[in-house]
Design a protein around this ligand. Sequence first.
Ligand SMILES: Nc1ncnc2c1ncn2[C@@H]1O[C@H](COP(=O)(O)OP(=O)(O)OP(=O)(O)O)[C@@H](O)[C@H]1O
Length: 262
Amino acid sequence: MADLVEIKGVTHAYRTKAGPLPVLNDLTISIPEGEFCAVVGPSGCGKSTLTRLIAGLMKPDSGEVWLHGERVKSPRKTVGMAFQNPVMLEWRTILENVMLPLEIVAPSMPRARREERARQLLALVGLSGFEGKRPSQLSGGMRQRASLCRAIVHKPEVLIMDEPFGALDAFTREDLWQLMHRLRAEEPFTALLITHDLRESVYLADEVIVLSDRPARVQYRMRIDTPSPRPIEMLYEPDSVARLAILREQIEIAQGRSGGAH
Ligand SMILES: Nc1ncnc2c1ncn2[C@@H]1O[C@H](COP(=O)(O)OP(=O)(O)OP(=O)(O)O)[C@@H](O)[C@H]1O
């Protein structure tokens, strides 16, 4: 069976005043249904560009993007997205923010059902009692929890996350990592996570993909077969420490900084 997300030989360059800026170079990545894929790579190598291509917000110069066996040619309503700074509408309550994708994807769903679904997810992430608050009344971590609910409320084909935990303090970040595993157990999804945090990639992903410097190509892949949910202590085990060392070295190679001393 075809994988849920298929990126086949994608090459792309931005047109800039200074001429073409090649960002992706014959990139091929597949994510099977229900898997969690993390993409790491040097700053500016083209990771966010990849998320825009999957969401159908841009078309590649060559190559193909497929979702659920359908070629992506225009923006997809059925993709869930979460970013570093969640864009929440201040004039709507948290509950109404979370319900938003359902209004777009399932406009005929009765309001009571949309509300029930949003409340159920908010309870799952520990935000019961905050449904009526405005986004500015929540902490950064709470806003990110709500934004994750909004990203999965409509059961998206794929959940795309671009540095969603990057702006949070270390403790809140680890809390949210654990929450991701709980969410996966309750609400199975297929995910692509862009991150600069190697520990995050090892703790969360079934496969970690290291991209080379721009124009990005797949430089290295690592499978992590530890079943989800994973205890946070996993990160301190020798297997994880060894994986982190390999990934770190791969990033150094991608940045052209490896002296081969490791
Ligand atoms: N619309 C655009 N027009 C021209 N150049 C762009 C555009 N969007 C991104 N770029 C450039 O393309 C390159 C890749 O950008 P992209 O945001 O995909 O990288 P990234 O890996 O996500 O970066 P970071 O890790 O810093 O978030 C960068 O050099 C960026 O400046």
